[in-house]
Design a protein around this ligand. Structure first.
Ligand code: GLN
Length: 192
């Protein structure tokens, strides 16, 4: 049994909790340092990255999360922005993945859209909902690109970090959460 935290600052928190519990994980909504102690992995939900950053500062979680070097993390949409080493035009947040993201990168005309997206490492295409989504503008070579939409990178993996520009938690497609739970279990067996 694994225990997965869902960062509880702002955004689609409950939706992630529901998916993780459907897959048999225990969940903790993370709002304090104490909440971080009991978890094997952490999901950073979609929402608004600047609002989440303000709350991370207020709850004193930014530095502790930056310093956690072994905890697997999965960021969706704004959560992906939180994980990037660089954010075009803004200060970066947790700096876990050597990549540069561009916020709201699909433009106003295509504010939100949905596609069946092939993702490396997952057998069936993933149901992907994009809402004012970021794109990955640049990645370092050691980052594994998992999915692209019209040549824009929208999902990556780097060591124990997973990130996607879209919202799997707003669909019934459990495949990325299942993938993340497998990453968490693999990480646990490495560190026992
Ligand atoms: N546009 C948001 C941001 O830049 C992300 C949108 C989302 O999470 N749906 O933080």
């Amino acid at each position: 049994m694994v225990t997965i935290g869902v960062l509880g600052m702002q955004g689609a928190i409950r939706e992630h909790v529901r998916m993780l519990e459907t897959l048999g994980a225990q969940t903790v909504v993370v709002r304090s340092l104490e909440d971080l102690q009991a978890i094997d992995g952490l999901v950073l939900p979609g929402g608004e990255s600047t609002a989440m950053r303000r709350l991370l500062d207020r709850y004193g979680l930014l530095e502790p999360l930056r310093e956690m070097e072994k905890l697997p993390m999965f960021g969706t949409c704004a959560g992906m922005i939180l994980l990037a080493n660089e954010v075009e035009g803004y200060d970066a947040h947790l700096k876990k993945i050597p990549m540069t993201v561009k916020r709201n990168a699909f433009g106003r005309q295509v504010d939100s859209f949905e596609v069946d997206l092939p993702v490396k490492g997952i057998d069936e295409p993933v149901e992907a909902v994009f809402i004012r989504a970021p794109q990955v503008a640049r990645v370092e070579p050691e980052v594994d690109v998992l999915a692209e939409v019209e040549e824009a990178i929208v999902a990556v993996r780097y060591n124990q970090y997973l990130a996607c520009s879209f919202h799997p938690e707003l669909t019934d497609d459990l495949s990325l959460h299942r993938y993340f739970i497998e990453m968490v279990k693999a990480n646990q067996s490495q560190h026992v």
